[in-house]
Design a protein around this ligand. Structure first.
Ligand code: PMP
Length: 324
């Protein structure tokens, strides 16, 4: 007889399912305890990855006693766009999604940095792969969250052997759940080889992005990032950093095709995303980036970004939705 030993894995520091029923989430058109928010095993979105999601952060400002939802409108606009690509009706107008999220955060009373995960999924319980003629439901939950990858030191990255989903297979600009198997292949290849992150190339061999981050490089004082036709997710942090670089540092960003070998000779490289925030990359494929330290433009942008998202830069108040 096979006996199964209970495995008690230590909880990761952030992003784990919190114990108990005290987290409230949104599912089936109402607020329910997280422990009751379940889907059936025949749910289409689970069987086929036919779902779209967003990862959103809310930042706690201790001095102000305020929690700020970051770029909520932009995230829900992108969710609505992804829904369109997946032949789904949006669950409600963007403004209502924003209000729902604020309500959710208030009900949970979060007074720390928080990660919000709305998922809009094909909810019909049926076999049969397709996009059309399926119901959909929205789930939103939020959990306390800290760093996703290191931000205070340089990370190492590997150009992985997997290629980014092409727009001809699964469009990367829509945040489609099934497409994240591609991210998982990439991230695991890099991490199991001893690197912190993956750099993923397009089918034709140009730099696309990280496993769940956009990528920038600095060459001769200029910011360069792969363009929106290089099978990237059109990142909200990417746009935010372009705005900060332009407004605060007078540096315009060039969106263009980037070769892998350009990263090796770049002065600075960093990855960015809602989860990643700004993560300096100081080693790529065994080559030191620049002098191997966090570069000055990366450091300055990170400083500005964290001031903006925590509500310390009034010029960027429009990025934020105060929860309390
Ligand atoms: N690319 C991928 C594949 C991602 O999953 C993410 C994270 N959402 C990003 C880029 C960064 O996007 P954003 O800044 O909008 O979070």
């Amino acid at each position: 007889m096979l006996t199964q030993k209970p495995v008690v894995a230590p909880l990761p520091p952030t992003g784990a399912r919190p114990p108990g029923d005290d987290i409230v989430c949104w599912m089936g058109g109402r607020f329910v305890p997280l422990s009751e928010a379940k889907i059936g095993v025949m749910t289409h979105g689970f069987l086929y990855g036919t779902a779209t999601f967003e990862g959103i952060r809310a930042y706690w400002n201790e001095e102000q006693g305020q929690l700020y939802g970051l770029k909520l409108r932009e995230h829900y606009r992108r969710l609505t766009d992804s829904a369109k690509v997946l032949l789904m009706e949006p669950p409600m107008p963007v403004e209502e999604l924003v209000a729902l999220t604020v309500d959710l955060l208030r009900r949970n009373g979060f007074r720390q940095d928080t990660y919000i995960r709305p998922t809009l999924y094909k909810s019909t319980e049926a076999i049969g792969v397709r996009l059309h003629n399926l119901d959909r439901d929205l789930v939103v939950f939020a959990v306390p969250f800290g760093e996703y990858i290191a931000i205070d030191r340089g990370i190492s990255a590997q150009t992985v052997s997997w290629r980014r989903n092409s727009d001809l297979s699964i469009p990367a600009r829509a945040k489609i759940v099934g497409a994240y198997a591609n991210s998982a292949f990439s991230k695991s290849e890099a991490q199991l080889n001893g690197y912190d992150e993956a750099i993923v190339l397009t089918l034709d061999g140009h730099v696309s992005e990280g496993s769940a981050e956009n990528l920038f490089m600095v060459r001769d004082g200029r910011l360069i990032t792969p363009g929106i036709s290089d099978d990237i997710l059109e990142g909200i942090t990417r746009s935010a950093l372009m705005e900060l670089a332009s407004q605060e540092l007078g540096i315009e960003t060039l969106g263009r095709t980037v070769d892998r070998s350009e990263l090796y000779i770049a002065d600075e490289v960093f990855m960015c995303g809602t989860g990643a925030q700004i993560s300096p990359v100081t080693m790529i494929d065994h080559r030191t980036v620049g002098d191997g330290h966090v570069g000055p433009i990366t450091a300055r942008l990170a400083e500005l970004y964290f001031d903006a998202v925590r509500g310390r830069l009034p010029a960027y108040a429009s990025w934020l939705t105060p929860v309390y």
